[in-house]
Design a protein around this ligand. Structure first.
Ligand SMILES: [Zn+2]
Length: 406
């Protein structure tokens, strides 16, 4: 069989494996697998069954991340991590996250027992989507020492804390520090389906005026919080259209007291701004907030605003990106560098170790949706690129001497 045919066969198997993992769900027939849920155990068992025949040692850390270690010719100290997350959003597709773990296994299978000068560690992160506790990256945070007290005491909708959830799953929160990355990690690589193209910023604004009677308050004397917020929402739409590539959304206007015959005394508004450049996005947000202040002042309305989340861009490792570039060219594909607007475990790992990602096309740009898909030929190319990359890194002294120090 030619190499290309072999890659295609493995790619088909990888796609089938993603579909197998999709059966481990809290909400059949929809796919939903959240942090420390019973289907996550079954999902781990299945992945272990694929890892063990490759001679991998499989362990689980205190944050329920799955680790499979494939030792190198010089032992297990120097390691390249390859991973992604195993949790999903509610009513998810079959490939977001899962594909990265399954693809890493296919890559190891393609090595056919050949050992590299460094070990490979496949990680299936337990939590990335932030569904259960409203805070994402619980799994990868454990690896960089950021699964702290504040995070452990967060509660889900049933008032169960992260700490309690870990305990009742049969794990020991006292073991979390041991999940920290050890010395000798050479880098982190993540295969992932491509998602939205832009980074986001979220604000909450509260316009406060005076609630008064709709029948007896003359128009000129009103301090209507809802109308002020509405004027601002229109201004945001108009201004956003003038900045190429920027999208801005006022998705919530919540008026209080919210009665037909009462002028709104308070109105909460949300602002979501996205652009691939940190600078443009930040400038956009400042302009929208300045505008809100002007409108509020003119209408004698009090305004407060608070930033709910501001994701700044994470820099990938230039060395790894160059190596990926050349592996992609070697596979006969024109490489395309892109900014990813979605959050990924690589963002967290990049705090400690050189990290980079390889994206596979999502047909129709659809993700976080049951219609999410991936092309078998793209998965085959990803395996091919991965093999070239491992090959380059195996003969690169520069790569093998840049280990992370704990
Ligand atoms: Zn993902």
């Amino acid at each position: 069989m030619t190499q290309i045919a072999e890659h295609l066969l493995r790619a088909k198997e990888a796609v089938a494996r993603c579909q197998t993992l999709a059966l481990f769900t809290e909400d059949p027939p929809r796919i939903c697998r959240t942090f420390l849920s019973p289907p996550m155990r079954a999902c781990h068992r299945q992945i272990e069954d694929w890892m063990r025949p490759l001679g991998m040692t499989v362990t689980v850390d205190a944050a329920r991340n799955l680790h499979g270690l494939y030792p190198g010719t010089r032992g297990a100290d120097r390691r390249l991590l390859i991973g992604s997350h195993l949790d999903t959003v509610p009513d998810a597709g079959a490939y977001d996250g899962v594909l990265g773990v399954v693809l890493a296994i296919s890559l190891l299978e393609s090595l056919k027992g050949h050992r590299l000068p460094f070990a490979l560690e496949i990680i299936g992160f337990s939590e990335e989507e932030g569904v259960r506790f409203g805070v994402p990256f619980i799994g990868s945070r454990a690896l960089v020492g950021r699964l702290d007290e504040e995070l452990l005491s967060r509660r889900d909708s049933n008032s169960v804390s992260v700490r309690e959830a870990i305990q009742s799953y049969g794990l020991k929160p006292s073991g979390i520090p041991a999940a920290n990355l050890q010395e000798g990690v050479l880098g982190y690589l993540e295969f992932h389906i491509e998602q939205g193209p832009v980074l986001e910023h979220r604000d909450d604004l509260v316009f406060t005026g005076v609630a008064s009677h709709a029948g007896t308050t003359p128009m000129a004397l009103r301090r209507d919080a809802l109308v002020a917020a509405a004027e601002w929402a229109l201004a945001v739409e108009k201004d956003a259209r003038e900045i190429p590539g920027l999208v801005a959304t006022v998705g919530v206007l919540e008026a209080k007291p919210g009665a037909t015959n009462v002028i709104a005394g308070e109105c909460r508004a949300t602002l979501d701004v996205r652009h691939e450049s940190d600078a443009t996005r930040t400038q956009g947000v400042s302009a929208f907030l300045r505008n809100a202040t002007e409108i509020a002042n003119r209408r004698d309305i009090k305004l407060t605003s608070s930033t709910k989340s501001a994701q700044t861009a994470t820099q990938t490792d230039p060395f790894l990106v160059r190596e990926i570039d050349s592996a992609v060219s070697q596979a006969g594909i024109k490489s395309h560098r892109m900014v990813s607007g979605a959050g990924h475990d690589a963002m967290i790992l990049a705090e400690k170790v050189p990290s980079a990602m390889i994206f596979l096309r999502s047909p129709g740009g659809i993700s976080h949706n049951p219609k999410e898909s991936v092309l078998v030929e793209d998965v085959a190319k990803a395996i091919e690129c991965g093999l070239y990359l491992l090959n380059h890194l195996s003969s690169s002294p520069e790569f093998q001497t840049r280990a992370h120090r704990a």
